[in-house]
Design a protein around this ligand. Structure first.
Ligand SMILES: Cc1cc2nc3c(=O)[nH]c(=O)nc-3n(C[C@H](O)[C@H](O)[C@H](O)COP(=O)(O)OP(=O)(O)OC[C@H]3O[C@@H](n4cnc5c(N)ncnc54)[C@H](O)[C@@H]3O)c2cc1C
Length: 297
């Protein structure tokens, strides 16, 4: 069976695209590997009417609603290859099954490359965080730290300081300019130059950050800006143009979320610099509407 659209990645961006395609009475297959980026967090914040709800609960409800439309097929699995096939595209799943469609939406998200410091991975999304708008409120007024990972980290620390007393841990990753040091001081951000050895605290809570010289910086939450990597190379297989985002390469799209390849749309974290559930859903809506119009006109 040839679908009007295949959506690769059935999370916030992909399910939003699929909803709009389904509501335009078109057939759509959503292929999803089931590992959304925010699965490490117990609660998602900032998404209207879902504030504080579990990411998996939001997605389960969204998937059930999309699946109730008559021409929607949800496929649990991983797409490994996509190529032109006649006027449309073929997509190969890990198990060898091949699906075909007239159009494609790429919405397979990104993964975070976390620094290899003991104690970070198990606290990711709980007390080690990247986005203050998503999780800063829960730590407002508490002791905060920012682990430098990139030149923007000094700026990140100035922002985080709005939520509580902040220490910037340079960790030999970044050397701030003199004007940045002055600005950090003006905002009351302490700067620590010693390398970080490990995070300390019960379970997934954070109480301190141990430095190689034996001292410990007291902290209840640590923020960092990770490098991100796309979860698939399907955009590259199709020849989609890329551009550099703040954390790594992203798929270049126009304002309709169409890539440089005719008929291929991209939405969510793989196709924008700033990441959130709301942005991903908005992108998915745009891609779904633009995809449908491209089938009509
Ligand atoms: C720890 C953490 C907490 C966060 N908390 C918040 C928050 O509170 N509020 C907020 O607004 N944002 C939050 N975010 C950001 C938010 O998670 C992302 O912006 C959002 O998930 C992006 O949606 P997406 O649909 O683009 O990608 P994702 O949600 O990452 O979904 C991509 C989907 O594609 C699937 N997939 C990947 N490769 C393939 C493939 N080859 N074939 C088929 N399927 C594939 C994946 O398994 C996944 O299900 C958080 C991020 C992190 C890391």
């Amino acid at each position: 069976m040839r679908h009007d659209a295949i959506v690769i990645g059935g999370s916030f961006a992909g399910l939003s695209a699929a909803t709009y395609i389904a509501r335009a009475t078109r057939s759509v297959a959503v292929i999803d590997a089931g590992a959304p980026r925010n699965r490490f967090a117990e609660a998602s914040h900032g998404f209207l009417a879902q504030d504080g709800n579990r990411p998996a609960a939001i997605l389960d409800a969204a998937r059930a609603q999309v699946a109730a439309y008559p021409k929607v097929t949800i496929v649990a699995g991983r797409a490994i290859q996509a190529a032109r096939a006649g006027s449309g595209f073929s997509v190969t799943l890990q198990g060898g099954e091949v699906l075909e469609s007239e159009r494609l939406v790429l919405a397979y998200g990104v993964s975070d490359d976390l620094p290899a410091i003991p104690g970070i991975a198990e606290r990711w999304g709980k007390s080690v965080l990247h986005c203050p708008y998503c999780h800063g409120f829960e730590f407002a007024g508490q002791r905060l730290a920012v682990l430098a990972t990139m030149p923007m980290s000094a700026h990140h620390a100035m922002l985080i300081a709005q939520w509580g007393p902040t220490t910037l841990l340079l960790n030999e990753a970044v050397t701030p300019e003199q004007h940045e040091l002055e600005e950090l001081e003006r905002r009351g951000v302490a700067v620590e130059t010693a390398r970080v050895e490990a995070l300390e605290g019960e379970g997934t809570t954070l109480r301190g950050i141990r430095l190689v010289d034996g001292r410990t910086v007291a902290a209840d939450a640590m923020f960092l800006g990770p490098r991100v990597r796309m979860n698939s190379d399907i955009a590259q297989q199709l020849g989609c143009a890329m551009e550099e985002g703040p954390g790594g390469p992203i798929v270049r799209t126009d304002e309709l979320k169409m890539t440089s390849v005719q008929g291929v749309f991209a939405a969510g974290d793989i196709a924008r610099g700033m990441h959130s559930v709301t942005f991903a859903c908005a992108d998915g809506v745009m891609a779904g509407v633009a995809l449908h119009r491209s089938l009509v006109f």
